[in-house]
Write a protein that binds this ligand. Structure first.
Ligand code: NDP
Ligand code: ZN
Length: 184
């Protein structure tokens, strides 16, 4: 338990300046906690997975190195975080493509975190989207996320079903937005 609070505190510190892309510029830590919380809700109680979930965006989005994570949380947690971190030397389109290609080869803990990350992001795309994103860009994101999740299937039925529900709801919300645009 204590390990989880240490990881949450570390993430809160590293993401303290970080903001999501939504209109309210929500604190970044909200997303990280949502990802860990959905895993816990689906009774995933493995400490490595939950710690890595709390830390999943520290390497990609903050000045945190793999060495630092390894000495603070151990090699296993660090390896899972690295699995779900993009190589930032590549351009955005290539990074997005690689996430689709690589998702079937991820370890089980990394697949669970990817699923929870996609649940949080798809939910945000529907109800708390990045400012200035057009409807078509939001629809494209849902399609991309579905392809990433395809490679993670067969890992946790309940979580996968929950993703499908959130995706269906998101599509419904975006379709309503589309109809409104057509009427105007
Ligand atoms: P980004 O990857 O830049 O943004 C999405 C990511 O931002 C999410 O995966 C999430 O990542 C994070 N995020 C932060 N706040 C939110 C929020 N409120 N809701 C959802 N996610 C949030 O964008 P894209 O996915 O669009 O990827 C860029 C690609 O889009 C490039 O390939 C580029 O070519 C293309 N593009 C498309 C355009 C279009 O109009 N169709 C226009 C411009 C670019 P995390 O979990 O890591 O926080
Ligand atoms: Zn994330």
């Amino acid at each position: 338990m204590n390990f989880l609070l240490t990881a949450a505190l570390f993430a809160a510190d590293r993401h303290s300046e970080g903001r999501r892309k939504d209109e309210a510029s929500s604190p970044y830590i909200n997303h990280v906690l949502a990802v860990a919380e959905v895993l816990a809700r689906y009774e995933i109680d493995d400490f490595v997975t939950l710690q890595a979930a709390l830390l999943h965006d520290t390497i990609e989005d903050t000045k945190t190195s793999a060495d630092e994570l390894e000495s603070a949380f151990g090699a296993e947690v660090c390896a899972v975080v690295l699995e779900v971190s993009d190589d930032k030397s590549l351009d955005k389109a290539e990074r997005k493509r690689l996430q689709i290609v690589k998702s079937p080869q991820l370890s089980n803990p990394a697949k669970l975190i990817k699923l929870a990350d996609m649940i949080s992001n798809v939910s945000d795309i529907a109800t708390n989207p990045p400012v200035n994103w057009s409807l078509s860009r939001r629809v494209e994101y849902l399609e991309w996320s579905e392809q990433v999740v395809r490679g993670c299937r067969g890992t946790h039925e309940g979580l996968e079903e929950y993703y499908d529900t959130i995706l269906g709801e998101a599509r419904g919300i975006l379709e309503q937005g589309d109809q409104k645009e057509e009427q105007n």
